[in-house]
Design a protein around this ligand. Sequence first.
Ligand code: NOJ
Length: 494
Amino acid sequence: MKVTVLIVCLLSTSLADDPINTRYFPKDFKFGVANAATQIEGGWNEDGKGETIWDYWAHNYPEKITDRSTPDIACDSYHKYKEDVALVKAMGLDYYRLSIAWSRILPTGHPDKINQAGVRYYKNLFAELKEAEVEPMVTLYHWDLPQPLQVEYGGWLNETVVDLFSEYARICFELFKDDVKMWTTINEPKQVCHAGYGTGVYAPGVVSNGIGEYICAKNVILAHAKAYHIYDNEFRATNQGRIAMVIDTTWYEPGSDSEEDQEASERILQFSFGLYANPIFIGDWPKVVIDRVAQRSELEGFTSSRLPVFTDEEIAYVKGTYDYLGLNHYSTNMANATADLPIGNSSYGNDISVLTWRRPEWPRGADNQFAVVPWGLRHLLVWLKKTYGDAEIVITESGLSDTTGIMEDDHRISYYQDYLSACLDAIYEDGVNLSTYTAWSIIDDWEWNAGYTSSLGMYYVNFTDPERTRIPRKSASWFTNMVATRCLVDTCTQ
Ligand code: NOJ
């Protein structure tokens, strides 16, 4: 359950007025920008690409998309990828994070027929990046399940998809072994499972709250682990790259110093982030998740827990399948303890039973989402270090949305300056092993259910212009200068 109560609270946990950190970023710290196939490529059925669950969703349920738009053309990066690479190069970035569309390589999702035109597209893109001396960071799955796998198997609710994903992963490792060294398996499993198979607000729209998302979570984790092992056993020695899952979470700040609120914060973090990270970094689901879902399932009359069990073999198979920790982070909520929500219909939110809210003074992004709370990122980074040890943290996404698309985007500059300052604090003051910051996004894109109404780009794209010209916002030159100077203010110290 997500209860947003706007109350003015006198308790001060905010470090919002933290001064901007004046130290240089460490010499080996890397900067990048991110995007994903569905959101920028377009060419949705071009050159043999198959339909994805998001193509199907936008085509068949236009009412689900704020502006009733589709990703059919998006930024037309399928044709304009050279322009995108030129922008990334001009910004002096180390990484360009992008995703491969499963259905561009394997149109039906099955490993029976490789679509050579799709392969050529990514080969050309990687060649362009090589020429520009920018390293690709490549996501294998950014929410775009081939639609036939949803129809035939029920998508991520079916274990068969674990094998199909790992076959697709093996094909990509083989095809792109000379082009890619930085891999991520699955992007934001919580959105894939909770929004896709729990509340059903995202494609494929399966409503199975408190049941579907846990089945999906297990399959997604096994799929990630299988791809990791294939990479480890068959490709690591020659490719010499790295691979991990990308997990997202909001930071949940305890609403007070009380033990109950501290526990509430920890509980919601474990359900949000730990559900996916614990099996990989520690082994098995978090204990609080196992205990609470089992207890509530029993009270609801289930004969076993709604949370599927990992066998001992599976626990060992999944544990340790990471080369770094990929983190997507945008925003913060406060978390307060509340009485356990009544037993009734099963629900992930009721399993958590935490009251979340945002301080009214926090600036917001589009749709009132994404409260801007830089210290939340620092608290999260410290929590990750405490919870998962010293794994290298790669921030794979962070950024600010708005609905105005304004070109003089000083609010976005402040966001990056403050969030990057929080990164420096975490590195220098808290000893967090943070190596990379990837901004979302370089260009405006198709923002899933928000369509083209939510802008996160440092470059504006006019989606009514057939040329889809990319025009720099003010933040593009600020970010470029920051990357060049490795400093957030006019003068930095070592
Ligand atoms: C996270 C998702 O990975 C990405 O696809 C999305 O566009 C951004 N958040 C911004 O909303």
